[in-house]
Ligand binder design. Structure first.
Ligand code: PNS
Length: 156
């Protein structure tokens, strides 16, 4: 039974993330979405809020998902405890690849776990959580980029 871990800050979870998660779920029996707590990123939504939102959003999507969070420690140790077969990451541009490649290499070096890169659908190629937050803060319409549950959570 193949298990993938799809980690990220997901602050917030966008249509781009949904696309990667659902495509990963076609290749893996179970996809664990892991919200990684990174206080340095000054998150907009709490870890718990993000976990609950992602659960709600994926509830009606095809695929088998488990949503959890990682507050400390190495991601690869979390993967080992789960018995995960691979990490999954979405890649939009070469900038993403420059950022992701060393992480994939160190994760493999530390644990042997491979990272599978899924190319972003061009529809979501420019959508990032930080842009979504910026557009939202400046009064723009983010409903094309994130599900309504996210718009609601950010509006609170
Ligand atoms: O969505 P992000 O913030 O780009 O995701 C980055 C993330 C959470 C995947 C990365 O920071 C991570 O894997 N953190 C876990 C801590 C860890 O294991 N670090 C060492 C190897 S990268």
């Amino acid at each position: 039974m193949a298990i993938a871990v799809y980690p990220g800050s997901f602050d917030p979870f966008t249509y781009g993330h949904i696309d990667i998660a659902t495509r990963a779920a076609k290749m893996f029996e179970t996809v664990h979405i892991v919200v990684v707590h990174n206080p340095a990123k000054n998150p907009r939504l709490s870890t718990n809020q993000r976990v609950e939102l992602i659960k709600e959003i994926l509830a009606n999507k095809p695929g088998n998902y488990v949503v959890s969070s990682l507050d400390s420690g190495l991601l690869v140790d979390y993967c080992k405890d789960l018995g995960a077969d691979a990490l999954v990451k979405g890649v939009r541009t070469n900038v993403d690849l420059d950022y992701e490649l060393p992480m994939a290499q160190v994760n493999r070096d530390l644990s042997g776990i491979e990272t599978i890169f899924i190319p972003a659908d061009p529809t979501h190629g420019f959508v990032s959580s930080s842009l979504v937050k910026q557009v939202f803060d400046l009064g723009g319409d983010i409903s094309k980029y994130v599900p309504s549950e996210v718009v609601k959570a950010l509006s609170k």
